[in-house]
Design a protein around this ligand. Structure first.
Ligand code: PGA
Length: 248
C-alpha cells in the first residue's frame, strides 16, 4: 500500500540553530497526535546530521551531486547525505531546474546515485504556466518522468516518491484546484502503470506541491490519487505546518 506523506521543503531558510530548534518543536507538537501520514523535513545540507540525530521525523536533503565523489568543489554526494542519517532526497525541484540548469539527463544520474546509496528520491515534476496555457502540460510531465526515471528497474522505481509541482503554483499563492491536481496525479499514475504495471503504480506515493497550506490540504488530500504534499512556505512555521499534516 502506498504511504501518505507530508514533506516540508525549507529551501534556503533557517540557520543551523533555528533549524534544530524547529525540528524539535515540530516533533514535540506532533507527540501524542495520531498521525495518518509520514512527516518529513527537507533541510539544507548543514542541518541534516543534527536534525536526523535529534528527532525521529523523516529527514530529506534538497539536492545531491550527480557525481559519486572526487574533485567537485562545493558538491555534496548522495553517500554523504546517507551518512547523516537522512533517508530521502528531493531531486528535480523546479528551482534547481530553472536556476541551476538541472536537466533530465543530470537528474537521471542523481536519481541513480541516490538509490545506490539507499536514499528514496522525492522526484519533482511539473509544468510552467506557459506550458499549461499551451495545453502541453501532460506531455511535459510525462517527458520529465520518462527521461529521468523510466530507466530504473521496477524494484528501484518502487523506492521513488513523485511530487507533482506545477511551477506556476510554487510560492505564488495560486494552488492548483483539487480537480486540476487530481487530473494530473491520475495521469501520472496511469503513465507509471503503462511502464511498470498497475501494482507498482498503485503503490507509488504521488505528492502535490505548490502553495499547499492548512486551508487547502484537506481537500487536496481527499483526492484519490493525491497521497500528500511537498510543502514550502507553510512548512517553515510549526503552527502553519501542523494543519497541513492534519489535512489527513
Ligand atoms: P510552496 O513551495 O509550498 O511555498 O509553494 C512548494 C515547493 O516548492 O516545494
Amino acid at each position: 500500500m502506498r504511504k501518505n506523506i507530508v514533506a516540508g521543503n525549507w529551501k534556503m531558510n533557517k540557520s543551523l540553530q533555528e533549524g534544530l530548534a524547529f525540528a524539535k518543536s515540530l516533533e514535540a507538537a506532533l507527540a501524542g497526535k495520531t498521525l495518518k501520514c509520514d512527516v518529513i523535513v527537507g533541510t539544507p545540507f548543514i542541518h541534516l546530521a543534527g536534525v536526523a540525530s535529534s528527532v525521529k521525523l523523516g529527514v530529506a536533503a534538497q539536492n545531491c551531486s550527480d557525481k559519486a565523489s572526487g574533485a567537485y568543489t562545493g558538491e555534496v554526494s548522495a553517500a554523504m547525505v546517507a551518512s547523516t542519517g537522512a533517508k530521502y532526497v528531493i531531486l528535480g525541484h523546479s528551482e534547481r531546474r530553472t536556476y541551476y540548469g538541472e536537466t533530465d539527463a543530470i537528474l537521471k544520474e542523481k536519481v541513480l546515485l541516490a538509490l545506490a546509496n539507499g536514499l528514496s528520491p522525492i522526484f519533482c515534476i511539473g509544468e510552467t504556466k506557459d506550458e499549461r496555457e499551451k495545453n502541453v502540460h501532460f506531455d511535459v510531465v510525462k517527458k520529465q518522468t520518462v527521461d529521468a526515471l523510466f530507466g530504473l528497474s521496477a524494484e528501484d522505481f518502487s523506492k521513488v516518491i513523485i511530487a507533482y509541482e506545477p511551477v506556476w503554483a510554487i510560492g505564488t499563492g495560486l494552488t492548483a484546484t483539487s480537480a486540476q491536481a487530481q487530473e494530473m496525479h491520475a495521469y501520472i499514475r496511469k503513465t507509471i502503470a503503462g511502464k511498470y504495471g498497475e501494482v507498482v503504480a498503485d503503490n507509488t506515493s504521488i505528492l502535490y506541491g505548490g502553495s499547499a497550506n492548512g486551508g487547502n490540504a484537506k481537500e487536496l488530500f481527499a483526492c484519490p490519487d493525491i497521497d500528500g504534499g511537498l510543502i514550502g512556505g507553510a512548512s517553515l512555521d510549526v503552527e502553519k505546518f501542523i494543519p497541513v499534516i492534519e489535512g489527513f
